[in-house]
Structure formats: C-alpha cells, structure tokens
Design a protein around this ligand. Structure first.
Ligand code: KG4
Ligand code: ZN
Length: 350
C-alpha cells in the first residue's frame, strides 16, 4: 500500500509518500515558522494563505523525491482534523480535487492518530503488535494527552490538558522570557547549564474529581497556573529573564517535564502497559526524553519515542496512519466543510 499523505492542520505544509505504513519514500515539510515568528505564535490567516501557495509544489516535490507518479499510488490521505479550520480546508480541498482527477481513494486521517503512527516510522522500529497495549504520551503545540493504545486503531483517551498544551506552555513562556517562537527549542537551549531547582514552579496537578467522558483528573494536565507563576516570578525578579535566564528556563522546563513524567508514572503503575511511548513536537525535548528513559529503566519497560524527524508535524505520519489502517480510513471520505469549521474539542478524535 503506497500512500501520498498531505498535512496542513497548522503551520507546516507537508506531503509524503509512505509504503505499508512505515517505509518513508519521501517527506517534504515546508515550515512557516519564520512567517509566524514576529507574532510569537501561529496567525491562522497567514498559515492558510501560505498553504494555498505552497501545497502544489510540496506535493510535486514529494512525488519527485519518491520517484513515483500518480499511477504508482494506491491511495491519498489527508489530515481531516483537529487543527485550524482554514488550514485544514486547504489540504482537504486539494486532496479532494486530486482524488477526483486521479480516481485514487481518499482517506481522512485524524491528526492525533497521525502523531501516534509516527512511532512506527523508520527501519528499526517495532510494529503495533510488538508494543501494544501501550501507554502513549502525546505532547505537541495543540495537544497534551495520555492515550491507551490497545492495538492500532483502538485508542482510549485517559487524560488530557484542561487548558494549554505542553508545547503551547513552552511557546507562551518563551514570550514572557523574551525568547523566540517556537518556544520549546528556545527554552531548551536557554536552559542549558541552568539549575532546574533554582525556582520551584507548580506542575499543575488537578484536584477536580469528575471530568466528562470518563477522563481521570489524576491523568490530566494544566499549565495555566505554571504560566501565571512564571509571570509573577518575573515581575518580582526582573533579572530572572536576563542574568538568571538559564536558571529560570531550566526550572520552567523541569516543571513541565515533572508534570508529564509524573502523570505517566502514575498511569504506568496503575494500568501496567506492555510499553511506553512519546510522540509530538515536545517529544523532541532531551530533558523529557531523559526523564522517560529513567522512568522506563526503573520499571523495566521498553520505551518507544517518535524519531526526531517525525515528532513535529509532518505528512509521513498521516500517510502512515492511513497505511496502518486508520479507524476513520475505513469509512468513505465524506467530510463536509461545515464539519471542519465546527469547534474541534481538544483531542476529540482519540
Ligand atoms: O507536533 P507539533 O509540530 O504541533 C502540533 O501538532 O501542535 O509541535 C510543535 C510544538 C511547539 O509548541 C514547540 O514549542 C514544541 O512542539 N517543541 C518543543 C521542542 N521542539 C518543539 N518543546 C519542547 N522542547 C523542544 N525541543
Ligand atoms: Zn501535530
């Protein structure tokens, strides 16, 4: 099964050709980071217009790099949500047009299923059967979720953020610290050599006892208090963003990692999965990777991390999810634009 994947849910215009849900023949990503940097975050109007301009070239590049033509493909896959409505519409409209003109089947893929599929991309990676049931931490700019993967396509949402996503917390903190967008890499760099125990920031444990959808508050995350705490600290100690930057950044990063590893530790202890995994842009963070390594070493469990190239948004993971048999991919593609424009709850598709 050779799939051309298209991803335009946020600020990356991406296309990729993937075989059998794991062999990446090409993965083209045109990042818009430089365009959004002056605003400290993604501007939807700029993102959508840039996708319109870039997508045809990115798709052609993906085909050329993979050395395949339309006749060599078995299916098209496109991110159908969640994401920015106008950005999603760009990819979905292009994919529908291509499906009509080529006669190829078009498979809609949930963006979060795509992130989960990134675990299986590459040469030396296991198959879903080898790692499931697995406990997966999905941490990106738009989502923070703890997902139980019983088998490929059988996912259960255990917990999620009740406000900001972990990546979003990094991005907002970077702005407060005068660092550039995206905040995650900027804070990780600024934190090098800093003391992670210099400031004790809160890790957002939830006290609520009931949340909708059977979600366990003990497996949830909250970053609004951490952000406020950083702001208050900077108001009281202006030098913390200057001479004290390394210590402040390291302490902030430590609080985010503590919150993520803490929830994962609790869930691993209680639910006893066969393995642990971590996907999404924040999975690039080396302090988080080290924390997860330590947790798995202690519990004697295998740890599977998305390859660095497929942590942040890409189309290879979308083609992979379709190739592995996304739950939605089984249905005929029939997403009307009005569905895409309706509010997408955080992590609604998992
Ligand atoms: O997965 P992704 O491309 O976006 C969504 O699907 O939302 O992840 C982007 C996010 C950004 O918030 C960025 O700050 C964060 O991932 N990120 C990091 C690192 N690299 C990217 N966060 C922490 N440490 C990093 N090294
Ligand atoms: Zn993403």
């Amino acid at each position: 099964m050779r799939v051309l994947g298209i991803e335009t849910s946020c600020d990356e215009t991406a296309a990729a050709v993937v075989e059998n849900g794991r062999d990446v023949r090409s993965s083209i990503i045109l990042s818009q980071i430089a365009m959004h940097r002056p605003y400290g975050g993604v501007v939807p109007e700029i993102a959508c217009r840039s996708h319109v301009e870039a997508l045809p070239g990115v798709i052609q590049d993906a085909l050329d790099t993979a050395q395949v033509g339309w006749d060599d493909l078995d299916a098209l896959a496109v991110t159908s949500g969640p994401g920015l409505a106008s950005s999603l519409l760009t990819g979905v409209s292009a994919a529908r047009g291509l499906a009509l003109s080529t006669g190829l089947p078009l498979l809609p893929v949930n963006h979060l299923h795509g992130h989960l599929a990134s675990l299986f991309l590459g040469d030396d990676v296991p198959s879903p059967e080898e790692i499931c049931p697995a406990l997966i931490l999905l941490v990106s700019g738009g989502h923070s979720a703890l997902v139980w993967m019983e088998s490929w396509g059988s996912f259960r949402l255990l917990g999620q953020t009740v406000d900001d996503a972990a990546g979003e917390a990094f991005d907002k903190a970077a702005r407060l610290l005068g660092l550039s967008y995206p905040g995650g890499p900027a804070i990780e760099k600024a934190a090098a050599g800093g003391d992670p125990n210099a400031v004790r920031f809160p890790d957002g444990r939830l006290k609520a006892t009931s949340l909708p959808g059977g979600i366990d508050p003990r497996y949830c995350f909250s970053y609004s208090g951490l952000k406020t705490s950083l702001r208050t600290h900077l108001e009281a100690h202006p030098e913390a963003a200057a001479t004290g930057l390394a210590d402040t950044a390291a302490s902030f990063q430590e609080a985010v990692v503590r919150s993520l590893v803490g929830r994962l530790t609790l869930a691993a202890k209680e639910l006893k999965p066969r393995s642990l995994g971590c996907v999404g842009g924040v999975a690039k963070n080396q302090v988080l990777r080290a924390g997860l390594d330590a947790l798995c070493a202690k519990r004697g469990m295998p740890l599977y991390l998305a390859p660095m190239a497929y942590c942040t948004d890409n189309a290879a993971m979308i083609a992979a999810a379709a190739g592995l048999g996304s739950t939605e991919a089984k249905a005929a593609f029939d997403v009307e634009p009005s569905m895409l424009l309706s509010a997408q709850p955080q992590c609604g598709g998992v």
